[in-house]
Design a protein around this ligand. Structure first.
Ligand SMILES: [Zn+2]
Length: 413
C-alpha cells in the first residue's frame, strides 16, 4: 500500500478528551475515531490490526478443537427471563422494542443463546465434550464509557463455550484454554498474568482473569512475588498477606484482557440442558465460558508497547510488516525507481509494505512512521544508494543498519 493512497490522516495535535495513551496514539495515527461516547469507528489501519488479532485468536481456538459459529446480536427476552438475568446482569443490557412493541436485547454475552442451542441437540454422554466459539460484536450499557477502546459500549469479542460430562474433564479443558490464552497474548507482544477473579453476574463456581500490569488499568490486583499467587481485589478484599505462602502482597493497577469461567451447572440446570450418562441417568451438562475482547486487546497492546514518539506494534499484529520510506524521491529519479522496485519485490514475496511515497520531508515521514509503529523501517536515500544499500531500523531500537538492496529479501528482520 502506498501511503499517498492510504485512507489515513495523522494528526500532530493530541485530540481532546483522550485520557489514556492508547486512545491518544490510535486517534493521532488515525487507526480509530470516536463516533460518540463509547462507540468507535475502525479506520483502515485500525481494522488491519483488529483482523490480525482475530486471526491469532481464531487459530488458537481451532487448535483447541473448538468450532466457530455466529450467533445473533438481537436476543430473545424469554431466554433472559429463563435465567433471571433480564434485569440483573451488570452492566445492564441494551434493550429495544420492535414495531410490535416486543422487547429485545442487544447481546452482551451469549450463555443463554448457546445453552438454548445445545439443549436441543446434546442427548447423551457421547455428544460431549463440545467446544463452540464465535467472534462478534457485543453491547454493554455502561454508565461511563471512558479510556478509549478500554471501556466501550460496543466492542468485538471472542466467546468460547465448553460442555462436559464431568468436572474433571472441564478442569482439564479450562487449563488448556489458560495455556492457549497465554499464547494469544504472547503473539500480540504481551505478557499477561492470570489471577483469581470474581465471576460477577456471569456467575459459576470460579473464574480467572488475564491481566496486564498498567497504570491505565481500572482493575486492581494483589500479587505475590514469592509463589506467583494473584487475585483481583474484588475477589479477595484488601488482604495484606498471601493466602498460599503468607508473604507480603503487592498491589498493581491492571487492564483485564481475558476472563474465563467455570460455570458448573448454573445455566444447564436452570435451562434444562441435560444429557444421559453411561447408566442412562439424566444429568445437567457442566459448562465453561471464555472471553477475550479484541478491541480492548488492541488498546491494551498500545498501553504496554509505546514510547514518546508513538506505538510499537509486535510483528504479528502490526498493520504492515515494513514501513518503506524514500527520501528525495522526486518524479522519476533514481531514488524513486529503486524504491518502487524494492516495494514491488517485497510485495511479491508476500511481505506487507507501507510505502511512504508522499512528497514530504524526511522529518515528517519519520514522525509518521514512529507514530504508526510498524516494527521495521527501511529508508532509501541518495546517501544509501551510493553504497547500493538501504537503511534498516527496528521501531523499538535506536540502532540503524545498512543492508545491500539485493540482500534485503534474505535479511532476517
Ligand atoms: Zn505467595
Amino acid at each position: 500500500m502506498k501511503l499517498s493512497q492510504l485512507f489515513a490522516k495523522t494528526k500532530k495535535e493530541t485530540p481532546k478528551e483522550t485520557e489514556v495513551i492508547s486512545h491518544r496514539y490510535l486517534t493521532r495515527a488515525d487507526f480509530i475515531e470516536q463516533s460518540f461516547s463509547g462507540v468507535y469507528r475502525f479506520l483502515p489501519l485500525g481494522f488491519r490490526v483488529l483482523k490480525k488479532i482475530e486471526k491469532i485468536i481464531r487459530e488458537e481456538m481451532l487448535n483447541l478443537g473448538a468450532q466457530e459459529m455466529y450467533l445473533p446480536v438481537l436476543q430473545n427476552k424469554n431466554l433472559w427471563l429463563e435465567t433471571d438475568r433480564w434485569q440483573t446482569i451488570d452492566p445492564p443490557l441494551f434493550k429495544l422494542k420492535d414495531r410490535h412493541k416486543k422487547e429485545i436485547a442487544l447481546g452482551s454475552t451469549h450463555e443463554e443463546e448457546i445453552t438454548d442451542i445445545v439443549r436441543h441437540r446434546v442427548k447423551s454422554w457421547q455428544d460431549l465434550p463440545l467446544y463452540l466459539f464465535q467472534i462478534q460484536d457485543k453491547f454493554r450499557n455502561e454508565m461511563r464509557a471512558s479510556g478509549g477502546l478500554l471501556r466501550t459500549r460496543e466492542f468485538l469479542m471472542k466467546d468460547l463455550y465448553s460442555f462436559h460430562n464431568s468436572e474433571k474433564d472441564l478442569i482439564n479443558f479450562y487449563n488448556k484454554v489458560k495455556k492457549s490464552y497465554f499464547r494469544i497474548f504472547k503473539r500480540c507482544g504481551l505478557k499477561a498474568v492470570c489471577v483469581e477473579a470474581s465471576p460477577g453476574t456471569i456467575g459459576g463456581k470460579l473464574s480467572h482473569e488475564f491481566m496486564l500490569i498498567s497504570e491505565a488499568g481500572e482493575d486492581k490486583i494483589l500479587i505475590c512475588k514469592r509463589c506467583g499467587f494473584g487475585a483481583n481485589i474484588e475477589k479477595v478484599g484488601k488482604i495484606k498477606k498471601c493466602p498460599k505462602c503468607r508473604s507480603n502482597l503487592e498491589k498493581k493497577n491492571c487492564i483485564e484482557v481475558g476472563h474465563i469461567f467455570n460455570l458448573g451447572i448454573k445455566y444447564s440446570k436452570i435451562m434444562g440442558a441435560r444429557y444421559l450418562d453411561k447408566n442412562g441417568k439424566s444429568k445437567p451438562i457442566i459448562m465453561g465460558c471464555y472471553g477475550i475482547g479484541l478491541s480492548r486487546l488492541m488498546a491494551a497492546v498500545v498501553e504496554i508497547n509505546h514510547d514518546k514518539k508513538g506505538i510499537i506494534w509486535s510483528k504479528e499484529i502490526s498493520p504492515f510488516d515494513i514501513h518503506l520510506i524514500e527520501i528525495g524521491g522526486g518524479q522519476e529519479n533514481k531514488i524513486k525507481n529503486e524504491t518502487e522496485k524494492l516495494y514491488k519485490n517485497l510485495g511479491r514475496e508476500g511481505i506487507e509494505v507501507l510505502y511512504d511515497d508522499r512528497d514530504k520531508s524526511a522529518g515528517e515521514k519519520f514522525v509518521d512512521a514512529d507514530l504508526m509503529g510498524i516494527p521495521i523501517r527501511i529508508v532509501i536515500s541518495e546517501k544509501t544508494l551510493e553504497k547500493n544499500c538501504v537503511e534498516v531500523k527496528k521501531r523499538d531500537q535506536e540502532k540503524v543498519r545498512l543492508v545491500k538492496i539485493d540482500q534485503i529479501s534474505n535479511y532476517k528482520f
